[in-house]
Design a protein around this ligand. Sequence first.
Ligand code: C2E
Ligand code: MG
Ligand code: MG
Ligand code: MG
Length: 283
Amino acid sequence: QAKSAGRNQYCFYQASAGQQNADELKLEQALREALRLQQLDVHYQPKFALATKQLVGFEALVRWQHSELGTVSPVLFIPLAEKLGLITALGEQVLQRVCLQLQQWQHFAIPVSVNISALQLADTEFVTRLHRIVQLADIAPQLIELELTESCLIPEQAEQTLHQLTQLKALGFKLSIDDFGTGYSSLSYLRRLPLDTLKIDQSFVQDLPGNISACQIVSAIIAMGKALGLDVIAEGIEHQQQLDFLLQAGCDKGQGYLVSAPRPAQDITPALSAKAIKPVTAA
Ligand code: C2E
Ligand code: MG
Ligand code: MG
Ligand code: MG
């Protein structure tokens, strides 16, 4: 029940309305405190070349471990942060963490992607503030890819978004569309955006290779991405048969539990240093 409620809602079991409000309030207070004390953490999931399984980058994913509530999923607290007007603060803490990590990994020049919520991007100060954070940390913007979802691309703000993305691109940031294929963005609009990457949504990847329509959608996305000169990466790869399908369909990169779940940075650094996982390129 709680899970099927989806991304924009949260409810605990079949609790009474009163209990549910109390739980929400508790979560809300806990989130405010976590932000105030900068307790959110970031894990990193490897992105790899499908053909060789060599490391090509990481995706940064926010994590919240609460002393009483336990591990709270971002699927729960990101929408809450959006609802409470805390997403900009949360997003900046994540970006700061990622910049510190990139400093530590400077020697490897390994790109990291960061998820950006539609509401963060809607903030007119977003570009300026992001640029300042990255400059202060002395990180090359080329190492940071911003993962936007199609919900960032609402038609009412098409021109404003195009302008922002053009600015971000000019500063050197890479731009990717996350969960591609699940939203409603028009191809004519997408074509105008200065994108680098399409990320195939994991809901399609999960149904490979047994489900014909999933296979066709994935093949179409790969073909279209390539025709537009974009990088295509598949997320949520758990099985070798999924990887095999993606590879023969022309997809170059992927991420998923098959190779590695998101891991804390301290688990990754030793492997990077030992070249147990070896970056392919220094972008
Ligand atoms: P997303 O950006 O599409 O991230 C992919 C999700 O799939 C992550 O869940 C990741 O842990 C999970 N995943 C990775 N490999 C596999 C796999 O092989 N199988 C399956 N079943 N799942 C896999 P997570 O970390 O719970 O994040 C969920 C969503 O929360 C993200 O979806 C993203 O939309 C949002 N999110 C996470 N971190 C941030 C953040 O720092 N800022 C914002 N605005 N949103 C974030
Ligand atoms: Mg993502
Ligand atoms: Mg995704
Ligand atoms: Mg997703």
